[in-house]
Design a protein. Structure first.
Length: 152
C-alpha cells in the first residue's frame, strides 16, 4: 500500500490578537478616530482641511473615505473611550463599523484603544475582524474572504 502525503502551504496574513499590541501601521489603508457616531475623524489618509481634521458622522464618513484612492485591505478604528464602554456597547460599535467598512470593500478592520494622536503602532488591540462577506462592487456580488487564523 502506498501512502502519499501532500502539504499545501497557503500564505495568509496573520491577524493581530486581541489584548496584544498593534504593529502594522505601514499596512493601514484607512485610519479613523471614533468618539461616537457624530464625532469621527479620518486620520489616514491625511484629510486636513484648512489645517484641521474635519469632524465626520456615520453618514459622511463613507463619502470622505471614497474621496481618496486608497486600498481596501486594512482599516483601523481607534475607539477613544474603549475602556469606558460596556461590553455590549463595544460589541454594537464594532458591529456597526464592520458593516460600514465591509460595505466599503475593506477586508479587515482592527479596533484599537486610543492613545497618542496620529500614532497607532503600539496601541492595545480591542478586536481584530476579518470581514466575511466583502462586497465586490465591480461584479456586484459578495465574495467570501478566507478565514484567517489568529496569531498565537
Amino acid at each position: 500500500m502506498l501512502l502519499l502525503t501532500a502539504t499545501i502551504c497557503i500564505n495568509t496574513p496573520q491577524t493581530a490578537t486581541a489584548g496584544g499590541r498593534f504593529h502594522e501601521g505601514k499596512s493601514v489603508d484607512v485610519a479613523l478616530s471614533y468618539s461616537d457616531w457624530n464625532t469621527i475623524m479620518l486620520t489616514k489618509p491625511d484629510s486636513h482641511e484648512n489645517g484641521f481634521l474635519p469632524v465626520l458622522n456615520r453618514d459622511s464618513v463613507v463619502s470622505k473615505i471614497n474621496q481618496y484612492n486608497t486600498g481596501r485591505n486594512l482599516a483601523v478604528v481607534t475607539l477613544n473611550d474603549a475602556v469606558d464602554m460596556s461590553p455590549e456597547k463595544q460589541a454594537e460599535v464594532i458591529h456597526g463599523w464592520e458593516t460600514l467598512l465591509g460595505d466599503c470593500g475593506f477586508h479587515r478592520v482592527v479596533f484599537l484603544s486610543a492613545g497618542q494622536p496620529n500614532k497607532i503602532d503600539g496601541l492595545p488591540i480591542v478586536h481584530d475582524s476579518v470581514i466575511a462577506g466583502v462586497r465586490d462592487d465591480s461584479a456586484k456580488t459578495f465574495a467570501t474572504a478566507a478565514t484567517v487564523p489568529s496569531a498565537n
